[in-house]
Design a protein around this ligand. Sequence first.
Ligand code: ADP
Ligand code: MG
Length: 246
Amino acid sequence: MNVLHGVVRACGLVKVHGQGPSRVRAVDTVDLEVPQGETVAVMGPSGCGKSTLLHLLSGLERPTGGEVWLADQRIDILSEQALARLRRRSVGFVFQAFHLVEELSAAENVELPLLLAGHSWREARRRASLLLERVALADRVRHLPSQLSGGQRQRVAIARALANDPLVVLADEPTGNLDTAATLDVLRIFEDLRSAGQTLVIVTHDERVAATADRLISMRDGMFVDDTRLAGTGTGRLGRLIGLEG
Ligand code: ADP
Ligand code: MG
């Protein structure tokens, strides 16, 4: 793995959406390097290109210009098939609206990416059970998403994102639909991931989420307008925030 050059890298990244008068440069010449184990928060007004950026970094969308690298692999030039494979194995994506499969139980939702990556049923079940324990849902494995709270659904989605031990977890407003208690549960999980050395990029509107990151990037009109290293340890910051919550 290319630790020296960061787990996630983008150079001169551009994404143009639409045509003619509705043409918009959603991402406008962005350079980014995220080292192994770093937690980066990305903030900015609605429509400034945050989701597009995450989609480009995960290979969900292709850039109009520039390069995207995951570890030592340039991903924007891969075939559809190779890209799908890489996304499945190397990227964990967490959505604001959870995007769980409603017909499948919590455990089955987590097993799915493991089976798609070629693990046996037995191994998938074993690993899903460990992951659901890790997000404190050991007692909800057989529940359907409709039988879970928003916070519990998001924890299942995080377990699913972690299933194949991804190089990076990308989260798009992961607490946007959650109340304060559920937000703090999700923050605790991100803290745990961070301590375990997981590389994380989190798009958020929530100051509490941003405050737990190592680094805060501000975006406007598709560009990075600020990139600041935050002081102190995440755990210390989260501890203070929980203290503030009383
Ligand atoms: P954010 O996540 O910061 O709210 P987005 O990345 O969703 O911003 O959108 C950035 C800009 O690109 C917005 O102007 C949005 O309307 C536009 N956009 C996003 N996706 C598409 C698309 N598929 N087609 C056309 N325009 C899009
Ligand atoms: Mg968005």
